[in-house]
Design a protein around this ligand. Structure first.
Ligand SMILES: C[S@@+](CC[C@H](N)C(=O)[O-])C[C@H]1O[C@@H](n2cnc3c(N)ncnc32)[C@H](O)[C@@H]1O
Length: 219
């Protein structure tokens, strides 16, 4: 029997006490991926948007290299944000508790944007509008770095999407409700989404186990 799916915020709040350790030890490639994401933030970046910032694991690596960067972080789960806030006293961090989907991030505000291990919960259609907003929020020459769980084949993507639909239907959870349920896309489909959003360069710079890092550049 499969476990029931949980509302997104409840899922992460319930696992807060073990969250950081789980990410850093159970997902073998993640420490290296966090370090890489930090190195990919341009050295002269002053403003950063972090989508699904959680407890701030990627920010630990980013602040180590860019201690003065100004960060706007968005996350659905208040308990994760409280943990993040406690980790970085004295840092210039603005936190927004809410969804990054269907949100206007403003225009030309950020030198860089990142997201780590959060986008694999959403469909192609939902991400399409999101990436357009991320693109718009970046300054000319800005960079979006996504590190996430991605799959290799369309068949795998379709199988997981079908399983998610089945789980939602079995619990009466509507498609649009924020529930924790993995629906990763292929790297190729992610790249297509980034190009459709307007990014002129889209490069996969890391791939190990289920994790990929893609760097997208704005003209
Ligand atoms: C696996 S955690 C990743 C957190 C952090 N980036 C890291 O690597 O540790 C996923 C995070 O995405 C957040 N999240 C999921 N869907 C979201 C949404 N629609 N808007 C904002 N945050 C979301 C969750 O609350 C959770 O904190």
């Amino acid at each position: 029997m499969t476990n029931p799916i949980e509302p997104m915020s409840d899922f992460f709040a319930a696992r807060l006490s073990v969250y950081d350790e789980h990410m850093l030890t159970d997902i073998e490639e993640l420490p290296e991926a966090y370090a890489l994401v930090a190195r990919l933030v341009p050295p002269d970046a002053q403003t950063l948007l972090d989508l699904g910032c959680g407890t701030g694991l990627e920010l630990e690596s980013i602040f180590a290299l860019r201690p003065d960067i100004r960060v706007t972080g968005i996350d659905l789960t208040l308990a994760m944000l409280d943990r993040l806030r406690a980790k970085f006293p004295g840092k210039d961090v603005t936190l927004i508790c809410g969804s990054y989907l269907d949100r206007d991030f403003g225009e030309g505000l950020y030198d860089a944007a990142v997201s780590v291990e959060t986008m694999h919960h959403w469909t192609y259609a939902r991400k399409s509008a999101l990436y357009a907003a991320v693109y718009q929020s970046l300054k000319p020459g800005g960079r979006y770095i996504e590190c996430d769980y991605m799959v290799n084949t369309q068949a795998e993507q379709d199988r997981m999407a079908e399983e998610a639909r089945r789980l939602r239907a079995s619990q009466g959870v509507p498609e649009e409700a924020f529930y924790h349920c993995d629906t990763p896309l292929t790297i190729d489909n992610q790249a297509k989404l980034f190009r459709e959003a307007g990014f002129v360069s889209v490069e996969t710079v890391f791939r190990r186990n289920g994790t990929a890092v893609i760097v997208c550049g704005k003209r």
